[in-house]
Design a protein around this ligand. Sequence first.
Ligand code: SF4
Ligand code: F3S
Length: 118
Amino acid sequence: MTYLVTDNCIKCKHTDCVSVCPVDCFYEADNFLAINPDECIDCGVCVPECPEDAIVADYELQPETREKWDEINRRVSDWNVNIVDQIDPLADHKEFSGLPNKYETFGIIPSSILPMNR
Ligand code: SF4
Ligand code: F3S
């Protein structure tokens, strides 16, 4: 199993989750954070940290939804912009909190920060 970041994170990106992860397995996109499923040790401590309830155990999701978010979390992790320190949430996060289907509406935008600059 693994934990996965899901739709509620998009365009909010509070980043409270990264500061508690014992294995630093969060990766950054411009409008989303992902968990690398191959690095997550399934400790679950990030789950209550997220103000948007965006982090879920993969087995809690229906198969189709699980496959979708597993692929998205892996794709963003492959971009390899590791984030280990909390930063400010996105400025307009309140506006997008709890909106449904944000992935379908906004997609995931790669971080403009290149890994070699971090
Ligand atoms: Fe990190 Fe644990 Fe959350 Fe996995 S479940 S992303 S290891 S804090
Ligand atoms: Fe996203 Fe929640 Fe972390 S909004 S950045 S999963 S604290």
